[in-house]
Design a protein around this ligand. Structure first.
Ligand code: NCD
Length: 306
């Protein structure tokens, strides 16, 4: 039985197979419409979510399966003090696969160790968000035609943004990847990513503060929200929250074929005037998220569709 805790749980070959499956699902949805009939997905979300939870549910429904679960810690027995290990043992009796989001780093991993069913990490604190990364990789591969030889600007809250951490881990495995890390000093990537992931693997990267200085070199601009819920004090958040606002004037400095991505939810970091720019890919990204989660459910449940 396999779980997904980090994008590195899949080899590059497995990832390639999964993304190819997701693209086939996009092209031939009918072929997969009954693939998970009789199977159930549990979504156990101890932290708020719109896209991740609903896209998992949509993915399972599109495969002909059913869904059950809870959307907040308050509405589960966690509020009575139940551990994730006990909860997952119980859920294993009700469902065939589980997607779990938790504010504590490592909680889905702890759950997976006691689970009788595959567990998918749907975001654990400021740590990892592997299914957002699968979404991002499918978006990049579909819109840019490749996952190698790209200059990627990651902009915003690189300290607490788990989507950024997972995406860096996944992309360094492809040749010719360069990162431009665009953040205020206080929100730079954690040192373990700079030292143990980027420097250790000789990945070229630059750290800059001004988006205007970097945008012209990028193939992909990945914007992120300042992660309010992970700040220790409100004042720091207020000081940081509008540090970057991508608008038309900044888009004029970018290449014609650069794409703008964002895991969403967006707050102020992308002005709505950018939404109509053909380079804005963040709503397409949401659709890719459903295809890739369908592919992941099929893969972890070992369902083959001929
Ligand atoms: C992200 C997350 O939860 O980390 N959202 C998502 O899953 N699409 C990004 C965020 O909340 O800023």
């Amino acid at each position: 039985m396999r779980h997904l805790m980090s994008p590195l749980d899949l080899s590059v070959e497995e990832l390639d197979k999964l993304l190819t499956l997701a693209t086939d699902i996009e092209k031939n949805p009918q072929k997969y419409a009954h693939a998970c009939e009789g199977k159930k997905l549990a979504t156990c979300f101890y932290e708020p979510s719109t896209r991740t939870r609903l896209s998992f549910e949509a993915a399972m429904l599109n495969l002909g399966g059913r869904v059950l679960g809870f959307a907040s810690a308050d509405s589960s027995s966690a509020s009575k003090g139940e551990s994730v290990s006990d909860t997952i043992r119980v859920i294993s009796c009700y469902a065939d696969i589980c997607a779990m989001r938790h504010p504590k780093e490592g909680a889905p991993l702890v759950a997976s160790q006691k689970s009788g069913i595959p567990v998918i990490n749907a975001g654990d604190g400021g740590h990892q968000h592997p299914t957002q990364t699968l979404t991002d990789l499918l978006t990049i591969r579909s819109l840019k035609g490749r996952l190698d030889n790209l200059t990627i600007g990651l902009c915003g809250d690189l300290k607490f943004g788990r989507t950024v951490h997972s995406l860096i881990h996944a992309l360094i495995r492809y040749p010719g990847i360069k990162f431009v890390l665009i953040s205020p000093e206080e929100l730079r990537v954690p040192s373990y990513i700079r030292e143990d992931v980027l420097k250790k693997n000789n990945i070229p990267f630059q750290e800059v503060e001004r988006l205007e200085d970097a945008i012209g070199d990028l193939d992909i601009l990945y914007m992120t929200r300042v992660q309010k819920e992970r700040f220790f004090n409100e004042e720091d958040y207020i000081r940081m929250k509008d540090f970057y606002i991508l608008n038309k004037a900044k888009m004029d400095l970018a290449k014609d074929d650069m794409i703008v991505m964002h895991p969403l939810p967006r707050v102020n970091e992308i002005s709505v005037e950018v939404d109509d720019d053909p380079r804005a890919a963040y709503f397409k990204q949401v659709q890719y998220g459903v295809y890739v989660r369908m592919a992941l459910i099929l893969t972890l449940l070992e369902v083959e569709v001929c």
